[in-house]
Design a protein around this ligand. Structure first.
Ligand code: GDP
Length: 356
């Protein structure tokens, strides 16, 4: 599964957030025999559509899509110089498919800030600088070889040009992700800042409703998505029974917990989407990359489904709910038969036909 690495300076609330995430662990419920590493948290992506489908199909249970977070300890200034924890930190980050930076915005004077002051913009710069320096190092190491290859193979010249452009972008202090440059020709270098970024701002609870502050922080990290939450509050919420958690949440003026929001935004940041299946046993969301075809989607359920794919019977979630039943959706002509070239849309409700 694709993973999101959680990084941040010390004392910003990473552990608090991560512990709350793992308390919401859905894996234990659905896959009781799976073992997971202590620094991995697999959380459900909240999806109201599943409850509605479960009603329509009298499903015994619902199974949401999941998103996997990995707690990556140890960013320190100088990480890019490969000292101490630095090397391990960079190796862990390289394995993640997206990077979630936790940034402290809460002011609590009892919690010491590593740099002595709470200043989100400067913390973001500190982390990005380490990642940028590591990428520049990667490029300096790779360029002589790439240039040599380009002398022998004409088609490598475009790669060299793209890598040189990336070096210029990084030298200006911009991440590859934020630059919006085409990442495809850079793929082979596995640059850290070419991964999708996502930011979590850990706020005081009374800042959660401060739209001006949130707009200012969002602007710091655009085009990356920003999630605003209070990690301490999330930790409390994760320990309460659902009804009490909802009450506490609403008392802070929020509709949705920060963890739920983070799961949804994280899923999106990874470039994933879901399709749905429903029957008496379960209503379930399945994870596919955006752009996946019907046979690829079938393969997520079982490789045999992909190999023996014949066609997919598909109705959009909205059409199905409008119709109120599968039979009515059919009589309205809303249920389509799609072949192997069909590109899945988010929220397709699907039944696959296949040869075994
Ligand atoms: P980490 O070093 O980034 O993993 O940070 P921790 O999660 O260990 O948190 C460091 C300290 O900050 C702990 O004493 C937490 O209780 C406190 N803390 C974490 N999140 C918040 C928050 O949202 N508000 C306040 N006031 N304190 C927090």
């Amino acid at each position: 599964a694709l993973t999101i690495g959680i990084v941040g300076l010390p004392n910003v609330g990473k552990s608090t957030l991560f512990n709350a995430l793992t308390r919401n662990n859905v894996l234990a419920a659905n896959y009781p025999f799976a073992t997971i590493e202590p620094n991995v948290g697999i959380v459900g992506v909240p999806d109201k559509r599943l409850d509605r489908l479960a009603e329509l199909f009298s499903s015994a249970k619902t199974i949401p899509a999941t998103v996997t977070f990995v707690d990556i300890a140890g960013i320190v200034r100088g990480a890019s110089e490969g000292q101490g924890l630095g090397n391990k930190f960079l190796a862990n980050i390289r394995e993640a498919d997206a990077i979630c930076q936790v940034i402290r915005a809460f002011t609590d004077p009892d919690v010491v800030h590593v740099d002595g002051k709470v200043e989100p913009a400067s913390d973001i710069e500190t982390i990005n600088t380490e990642l940028i320096l590591a990428d520049l190092q990667t490029i300096e190491n790779a360029l002589p070889r790439l240039v040599k290859e380009a002398r022998m193979q004409k088609d490598r010249a475009a790669t060299v040009a793209a890598v040189e452009k990336a070096r210029d972008i990084l030298n200006e202090g911009t991440t590859i992700f934020a630059s919006g440059v085409d990442r495809e020709p850079l793929r082979e270098l596995h640059l850290l800042t070419a991964k999708p970024f996502l930011y979590v701002f850990n706020l005081d609870d009374d800042e959660l409703a401060d739209d001006e502050l949130k707009a200012r922080l969002s602007a710091l990290v655009a085009p990356a998505e920003a999630v605003f939450l209070d990690a301490k509050l999330e930790a409390e919420l994760s320990e309460l029974p659902p009804d009490e958690a909802l009450e506490l949440l609403q008392s802070t003026g929020q509709e949705e917990s920060g963890l739920d929001l983070l799961a949804r935004v994280g899923f999106e940041t990874l470039g994933l989407q879901t399709y749905l299946t429903a029957g008496p046993k379960e209503a379930r969301a399945w994870t596919i990359p955006k752009g996946a075809t019907a046979p690829e989607a079938a393969g997520v359920i079982h490789t045999d489904f992909q190999r023996g794919f014949i066609k997919a019977e598909i109705v959009s979630y909205d059409d199905l709910v409008d119709a109120g039943s599968m039979a009515e959706a059919k009589s309205r002509g809303r249920v389509r038969m799609e072949g192997k070239d069909y590109v899945m849309a988010d929220g397709d409700v699907v039944e696959f036909r296949f040869n075994v």
